[in-house]
Design a protein around this ligand. Sequence first.
Ligand code: CMP
Length: 140
Amino acid sequence: MERTLSIVKPDGVKKDVIGEVLKRFEGAGLRIVALKMAQLTREEAEGFYAVHKERPFFSSLVDFMVSGPIVPMIIEGEGAIKKVRDLMGATNPADAEEGTIRKDFADSIEANVVHGSDASETAAFETSYFFSAFEKFEGR
Ligand code: CMP
């Protein structure tokens, strides 16, 4: 059993596809074990994306992530990290496969609707960044 963090980003919330994203995860046999809506501060967004702080797109990415509310969630299931990434599609929607969330809804590599942890270490950091122990529902 594996856990991963996913986020419906500000563009996904504005496009009213929160339910569609949840439906795709649940439809693939994954379970949502934590969920909320949140508005990040600049400092919180910078902390979340700290691994990218030297990248040229960092400040634009932070601007985008604080541009409106987001919906972070913890997803649980066998192979959840890869399953979520497969359902999302490639980071750049231009490269995303048919039927993926980003192919269907994303406008650009920055406004790409969803985030998903890319490995087990990042999943551990990211799930705890957004949710306390009391907000994670074990074995429900
Ligand atoms: P995400 O999976 O949330 O992780 C980092 C994010 O940076 C990525 O999705 C993209 O939305 C964003 N990003 C913006 N520009 C780029 C870029 N040129 N290359 C990669 N990621 C980018």
